[in-house]
Design a protein around this ligand. Sequence first.
Ligand SMILES: Nc1ncnc2c1ncn2[C@@H]1O[C@H](COP(=O)(O)OP(=O)(O)OP(=O)(O)O)[C@@H](O)[C@H]1O
Length: 334
Amino acid sequence: MKMIEVQHLCKEYKRKIVQPGLIGGVKGFLTPQFDNFCAVDDINFQIERGESVGYVGPNGSGKSTTIKMLSGVLTPTSGKIIVDGIEPIKKRIQNNKQIGVVFGNRSQLWWDVPIIESFRVLQRLYEIPKPIFDENIEKFRDILGLEKLLNVPERQLSLGQRMRCNITAAFLHNPKIVYLDEPTIGLDAESKQRIRAFIKQMNEEKKTTFIVTSHDFQDIEALCKRIILINKGKIVVDSDMEHIRKEFTEFKRITVEVKKNAVEMARSSKAAGMNVKVVDDYHLEIIYRPEEKNPMEIMVELGKYGEIVDISITGQDIESIIQRIVTENNKDRR
Ligand SMILES: Nc1ncnc2c1ncn2[C@@H]1O[C@H](COP(=O)(O)OP(=O)(O)OP(=O)(O)O)[C@@H](O)[C@H]1O
């Protein structure tokens, strides 16, 4: 059985039509008119237990709407969602016990009470047995560095400290699935690292299934092997990160270490028509399109102008690849 199955899922929102001008405004107020806006448009995917999937797309593409339907907060207009054998919207309580949700811009803790008290309320709500609760608090306290935070009310915590506490709250009941919507938004590099390491550890140790939405591609690269890209409500790509890198890379970069005279080598090879840039006295960089040239040919050609010590080849970063796919998809859909 799949952990998550989504079939022909659609969500339409009713939106008020705003008429231009003062008269339009008055008319709209007296006799409001609405149209249906399709935020999620016939999407399908399946996720296995223990997978960690990056759900990415531009602003307004339908990510949060999907997550809200998966977590049972929003009712789909049509289509079907099965999460660990149940329909979230029909069995909300059962669904809530098996999922954890982290929204980067919202808290599930109580503002004025010490963090540990908020955790105790959640313990009662989720009916977490005491040994499991104690074990998790101890473990998460160490990994996420909560020692000094547990007796402080949320209102006195920084954004990063608050996020670490919210992540703990989402994992207290050992959920099978965790939805993370922008989990590192606004955090500094160290807090981001800590949170990513924690999520990774949970994925490996407990086989927790993750869906992560983030505009920070370092989150996606660190946490996810698979990417689902949504644009204007439709899935555009659903594939392994590695496959996306290979399939959609437009150009690659070779960094070459040379024995001497990098500037001279660049000048001569440029004169022979090569696209070579000087990085420093001992390094050159060449950008090429994989479908036009192969790296061996490039190295043989460059080797005519000086001695090569070492090379490394890198592809485009995943963020620019995704941006390009979205731009192409927008052109196709115009
Ligand atoms: N309650 C609502 N009523 C009407 N339209 C809505 C509502 N919620 C979302 N939308 C619209 O649905 C579309 C998808 O919104 P959604 O929040 O799912 O996007 P998103 O991909 O999560 O965006 P972001 O990256 O900015 O968070 C947007 O055009 C948004 O304006």
